[in-house]
Design a protein. Sequence first.
Length: 291
Amino acid sequence: MMDTLSPATRVADVRHFARRAARLAIASLYAELALYPKPGLVSLVDNGSHADMNAATFMRSLFSLRHYFRLICQAGANGAPFATLKRLGIEAEQRMLRATGGINTHRGAIFSLGLLCASAGRACVQGGPMTAAALQSHLRAGWGKELAHHVTPAAERSHGLRAAALHGASGARHEAAEGLPSVFGTGLGALRRTLDEGRGSRQARIDALFALMMHVSDTNVVHRGGPQGAAFVRIQAGAFRHAGGTASNGWEAHALAIHRAFVERNLSPGGAADLLAASCFVHALTAEHER
């Protein structure tokens, strides 16, 4: 445990861990980008429902975030309050927007993955196995109360947050205040089940994405399609899962058909995509302790 180490060794270990966490965060975002077919979302194959962004936009965004995840992990290790994490997130968002020409590619991921990196830093310093349960516990203990009581000023709200306020959908902050249950339960659970059944990482990510689409109140979808669009996403995701997901014959054709239907309706479950990347991050970070 780090408590027994000298201050200099402890600092060096935290820095090493923060660099590793940042690499895993970027790798998780790339894994989400590279996944296909992915209903309505930008991939290396096509732009989904988006006319203003493509895979190159996302790659520029990823490059701009490479230091953010390391810094917020170190902040978590140092016991930083939520105000510090928020400042780091705002700075990261500004770098992202400069890199993408003002296009929001990763705002949700900056929030959710940033909190997970901060929680990982906190867990690293306090010792013990780096399990999913420990990571979620540190998220709640470190910043749960502040997240629950934090209100984003109206002028700072994203399109998704404004849609959530209008239609009564819960957003990322509500999810985080509860310890990201969609990540630690829905997303991570689906990833593990598919892998345990002997299918590969691509299939596991597809199954996790559809599970998240079915269960998450996605403010991005509500913004683009209203309550009817959100219902359509849940119905289509549920149909895919009830057919067996990636365990069914013809799952790729089914997923591609849903992708085309989302594009036709201009739907893009970006919130689910961010939570998929977060689920991939938790899985990768905790894998050696969860075998």
